[in-house]
Design a protein around this ligand. Structure first.
Ligand SMILES: Cc1cc2nc3c(=O)[nH]c(=O)nc-3n(C[C@H](O)[C@H](O)[C@H](O)COP(=O)(O)OP(=O)(O)OC[C@H]3O[C@@H](n4cnc5c(N)ncnc54)[C@H](O)[C@@H]3O)c2cc1C
Length: 243
């Protein structure tokens, strides 16, 4: 069987195109990492929360909160980088650098998205993982709480119940669901009939917009939930049980 150079041409073209795509990805990925180090006020801190595909912990961090195992197969598109932010500046740097280098951001709080939208994409992407933002601060006297996006509903309920037996917050049933995705989608649970959705009780939220600005109710005004990229912390109105 004879092979001429011309009969191999389509194959070579495909290989060439594929390797060019691979090279472009590697370049934007490398530039993105460089940008993260450069933009971060403390580059040694941010390097501890960056997981590239070569990092031995990459798979465990990626799979840690994937709730739909249909999206854990080898053929599922994987993020080039996971940034498990520890500080607000890490979120701002990730937004800035991914925009600059043309990478999509997938934001993940509790990872319960039914379609895997917080950790799968068809285009080159990075995951901004908020699993380290999970503080819950309850102010019993003023009947409100601040909760960070990566906290679970269980952590929120526990935070409230450990401070008071007379206040509560209406949200979902499954305690592993993340606050970030749940509140932004409404959030229904067994107290819904009387108290409405979780989102109805959100009084304030700290948001980081596409330009990295930190906004809240005061700076945005009351009618404010427009094209924001990231909600990092949420201020909730608690209600008295029995009211
Ligand atoms: C087992 C199970 C039980 C459930 N029970 C209930 C229930 O009782 N009541 C109910 O109402 N719903 C329920 N849901 C649905 C659940 O509320 C939604 O899937 C919710 O979006 C999950 O939020 P998450 O943060 O865990 O998910 P994620 O996958 O992390 O996020 C979901 C979506 O929100 C986006 N997102 C997450 N955090 C942020 C953020 N900080 N800023 C901007 N975007 C963000 C993600 O990018 C993604 O698109 C349940 C889901 C599962 C899998």
């Amino acid at each position: 069987m004879k092979f001429s150079c011309f009969s191999m041409l389509p194959f070579l073209l495909v290989v060439l195109i594929l390797s060019m795509i691979g090279a472009t990805l590697a370049v934007s990925h490398g530039k993105f990492l460089h940008c993260l180090q450069f933009c971060s006020s403390n580059s040694s801190t941010i390097s501890k929360v960056i997981y590239t595909q070569n990092n031995p912990f990459y798979s465990s961090v990626l799979n840690a909160s994937i709730q739909n195992t249909r999206f854990t197969t080898p053929s599922t598109p994987k993020p080039l980088v996971i940034v498990a932010a520890l500080q607000i500046s890490h979120i701002q740097s990730t937004i800035f650098c991914s925009k600059k280098h043309g990478l999509q951001i997938r934001i993940r709080s509790g990872g319960h998205d039914f379609e895997g939208l917080s950790y799968v994409s068809e285009v080159p992407f990075v995951i901004l993982d908020l699993l380290n933002f999970r503080a819950v601060k309850v102010d019993v006297k003023n009947e409100f709480a601040w909760v960070e996006s990566g906290a679970t509903l269980g952590e929120l309920y526990y935070g409230i119940a450990s401070k008071t037996t007379t206040l509560a917050f209406p949200a979902g049933v499954c305690h592993t669901v993340g606050v970030g995705g749940h509140f932004s989608g409404g959030g229904y649970g067994i107290l819904m009939r009387k108290y409405g959705l979780a989102a109805d009780h959100v009084m304030d939220a700290q948001l980081i917009d596409v330009n990295g600005r930190i906004l809240d109710r005061k700076s945005m005004g009351k009618i404010c939930f427009g094209p924001f990229v990231e909600a990092e912390e949420t201020h909730l109105g608690l209600f008295s049980l029995g009211k």
